[in-house]
Design a protein around this ligand. Structure first.
Ligand code: NAI
Ligand code: MG
Length: 357
């Protein structure tokens, strides 16, 4: 097989970790008998914005649509372009225009990584958050009246459509069906949010009837957040609305250690448009240019990309290589992991292990 990958390094440490991600992806291709056609783009960056006054060229959509996937670093350089301009002018447009309505974030305890959940057996914490990425609480329906007076009123509506809710639930059930535990947890708050959340619950029941082989339960979001920290072994696939999913998908990776290792995927499951794979972290201006950024988040989202493209063995090989290096001597690791290694040293060490663990 041969896959076309659009690479967008973006800003700051995005430019430092993306080459390490590509090094590992190329090694995975060599050892697993597929080919990658990689084309790198300089847009969606502060440098592009400085030259052109926009984040993206006019033809970005047909350009990127020609690819099987987008491998993205990080965008944002507040000294040059305000964050709301860089983010809304690039990443958020990709997500909307390419209908990437699933945001997938795995939460997995890796060996040797310190965090609130350290001390548990790695196998204890292995779940994935499926966040609805296009509607829900993040709607633009609402407004203000009587502004500035004592009668000021502010409204912002949650929008749930049957189409929007069902499609993300169906994705989550399918995803759970493909995993060993076959267990789906739904995040709700139907005791307090008494119109939209009971509807969400109702659709979980309705869609769930097509998946009798998947166990399901639900928790109110407040209790669920506590259980993420206290009983992470209860979870397998956790599905949530846009806002709840946003919170859970930061909480989960935070429990398992440094931001530098966390991956995410923005998926259009119908494959009508390319999906986008990016680390959870941003461009980290505070450490950019020093060669010490942790490349594991970028490498791990490369594994998610391979899984999505239909190369599960290569994806597993990438992840085993990450685990093997994390379990090894600390000196090869970057400072955020307690080592004194560089981005390139860690990336090279992981690439060397791909296909040999
Ligand atoms: P950030 O994730 O860039 O950094 C937060 C902290 O984590 C910093 O102290 C940083 O040094 C550290 N960190 C992040 N990634 C690391 C890595 N791989 N290895 C070691 N340490 C790491 O978040 P921040 O500072 O809020 O945002 C900086 C810029 O990035 C802003 O312009 C923001 O808009 C943008 N951003 C972009 C995202 C994206 O492209 N999806 C996501 C988050 C922020
Ligand atoms: Mg967030």
């Amino acid at each position: 097989a041969r896959y076309r990958i659009a690479v967008i390094p973006g800003d700051g440490i995005g430019r430092e970790v993306v080459p390490e991600g590509l090094r590992c992806l190329r090694r995975a291709a060599e050892t697993h008998d597929f080919a990658l056609d990689v084309v790198e783009f300089d847009f969606a960056s502060a440098a592009y914005w400085e030259r052109h006054g926009t984040m993206l060229p006019g033809d970005w959509q047909p350009t990127l649509e020609a690819f099987d996937a987008i491998y993205f670093g990080a965008v944002g350089w507040p000294a040059v372009v305000p964050d709301h301009v860089s983010l809304w002018g690039s990443l958020l447009r990709f997500r909307r225009v390419f209908d990437q309505y699933v945001n997938l974030r795995p939460v997995r305890l890796l060996p040797g990584v310190r965090g609130p959940l350290a001390g548990r057996a790695p196998g204890d914490v292995d779940f994935v958050v499926v966040r609805e990425n296009t509607e829900g609480e993040y709607s633009s329906v609402g407004g203000r009246v009587f502004e500035g007076t004592e009668r000021e009123i502010v409204l912002q509506e949650t929008v749930m459509t049957r189409h929007g809710v069902d499609r993300v639930l169906r994705f989550a059930f399918e995803y759970a069906r493909g995993r060993e535990a076959r267990h789906l947890t739904s995040a709700t708050k139907s005791n307090g949010i008494a119109i939209s959340m009971p509807y969400w619950d109702e659709r979980v029941e309705a869609v769930g009837r097509d998946y009798p082989d998947v166990d399901r339960d639900k928790y109110h979001i407040d209790a669920l957040a506590a259980h993420f920290v206290l009983n992470p072994d209860r979870f397998d696939v956790v599905v949530a609305s846009n806002l709840f999913g946003d919170i859970l998908s930061d909480l989960g990776p935070a429990c398992t250690g440094t931001l530098g290792i966390a991956p995410s995927a923005n998926i259009n499951p119908e494959r009508r448009y390319p999906s986008l794979f990016e680390p959870v972290h941003g461009s980290a201006p505070d450490i950019a240019g020093r060669g010490i950024a942790n490349p594991i988040g970028q490498i791990w989202c490369g594994a998610m990309m391979l899984e999505h493209l239909g190369e599960p063995d290569a994806a597993a090989a990438l992840l085993s290589a990450v685990e093997a290096v994390l379990a090894g001597p600390a000196d090869a690791l970057t400072p955020d992991l307690g080592g004194a290694g560089t981005t390139t040293q860690l990336g090279t060490a992981i690439a060397a292990r791909v296909g040999s663990t």
